[in-house]
Design a protein around this ligand. Structure first.
Ligand SMILES: Nc1ncnc2c1ncn2[C@@H]1O[C@H](COP(=O)(O)OP(=O)(O)OP(=O)(O)O)[C@@H](O)[C@H]1O
Length: 361
């Protein structure tokens, strides 16, 4: 079986782990900017594409009827080109931007109805934000910057400084407590921003293009830092980026936007292996498929004469990581989950993808 034939199969539900509860459920979300914004949703104007709507009404539909769910503990990446609506979408979730229509359910409760104290509490306690521009207070020491969110919450000084110290150690900044932000490199300042967001122990951590101003090496280091922190603290993270490589590296699932609309939601291998349309196909065309696709995309049914005494691998093994085993096994490699034989993989399937001949969906 080649990867291309997988696209004809039913694509697996885009939920990485069926056991994980949903933390955020977004339904039919719209954000329309403009003077007549409230006269778009639910009228024929809503059917117009972005350019037509702008021409006829002067309004911009930054987010158009977007629905998705985020599971507890996953890294959910929102990706798209500049202007596709990523920031507006995510800002609607934490109410930094007021949505025009739709629902944003946090643990089953619609936060769009929140006002006053509840809204403040939502932003300060349950959500954390890490921005590209660190927004650190220049006249405060690193430790006090990290403790800032706790100060706003009214946490006692000794407690907030103790917590800030703990989180600084978590992000690898022990020893820099007394420094001022301008004494730190960009990457270190971003770590302070990260520590500040983590200090309040939010339910969901939002990242808005946090690393796009960093040089490539530091950027890679910070991506690894996010992966490490995610393993350590297991937080639900919603991460905006326009960089496909970053999305594939960090995301448990990726939501791709174009002109305000959701084009596809899927795991990295679903997005690369079964792009929803030509736009996504174009986007992922340069991705080395063996680095992203897993064995489930290339395994075939065992034939009656296949010897089944070869090694076993999980269907979630990335093809690149499986290559050595498959190529040296001398017999089909069994693809097994929970003791169940799902299929087999031989050098033919692996080489097809590595050579670039397979997986042209
Ligand atoms: N306050 C606003 N008023 C009017 N139009 C806006 C406003 N904010 C955003 N837009 C428009 O909404 C669309 C989506 O913008 P948004 O910033 O959400 O996209 P983005 O994908 O995050 O882009 P970028 O990567 O450049 O930040 C754009 O056409 C933008 O011009």
């Amino acid at each position: 079986m080649t990867v291309s034939s997988v696209t004809e199969q039913e694509s697996p539900a885009s939920v990485p782990d069926g056991d994980r509860p949903t933390v955020l459920d977004v339904r039919g979300l719209w954000k329309v900017f403009g003077q007549r914004a409230d006269r778009v949703v639910g009228t024929p104007l809503a059917e117009l594409d972005r350019a037509e709507l702008k021409r006829t009404s002067g309004c911009v539909a930054a987010v158009r009827d977007v629905s998705f769910s985020v599971c507890r503990g996953e890294v959910f990446v929102v990706m798209g080109l500049s202007g596709s609506g990523k920031s507006t979408l995510v800002r609607c979730l934490n109410r930094l931007v007021e949505p025009t229509a739709g629902e944003v359910l946090l643990d089953g409760e619609d936060v769009l109805g929140y006002a006053g104290k509840r809204l403040r509490e939502l932003r300060r306690h349950r959500f954390g934000m890490v921005f590209q521009h660190f927004g650190l207070l220049p006249h405060r020491r690193v430790l006090d910057n990290v403790a800032f969110g706790l100060e706003i919450r009214g946490v006692k000084k000794a407690d907030r400084l103790a917590r800030a110290q703990e989180v600084l150690e978590l992000v690898g900044l022990a020893g820099f407590e007394g420094s001022y932000p301008d004494q730190l490199s960009g990457g270190m300042q971003q770590r302070v921003g990260l520590a500040r967001a983590l200090a309040v122990d939010p339910e969901v951590l939002f990242f808005d293009e946090p690393f796009s101003a960093l040089d490539p090496l530091i950027r890679r280091e910070m991506q690894n830092e996010v992966i490490r922190l995610h393993h350590e603290v297991g937080k639900t993270m919603i991460f905006i980026t326009h960089d496909l490589g970053e999305a594939l590296k960090l995301g448990d699932r990726i939501l791709i936007m174009r002109d305000g609309e959701l084009v596809q939601t899927g795991t990295p291998d679903e997005v690369v292996g079964a792009p929803a349309d030509d736009y996504v196909r174009d986007f992922v065309s340069d991705v080395p498929r063996s680095d992203v696709l897993t064995l489930r995309w290339i395994m075939r049914d065992a034939a009656p004469d296949d010897p089944l005494d070869g090694p076993e691998l999980s269907p979630d093994t990335v093809i690149r990581d499986a290559a050595r085993t498959v190529l040296s096994a001398g017999r089909p490699v069994k693809v097994v989950r929970d003791g169940e034989l799902l299929g087999v993989v031989t050098p033919a399937e692996v080489l097809e993808v590595i050579a670039g001949a397979g997986g042209q969906s």
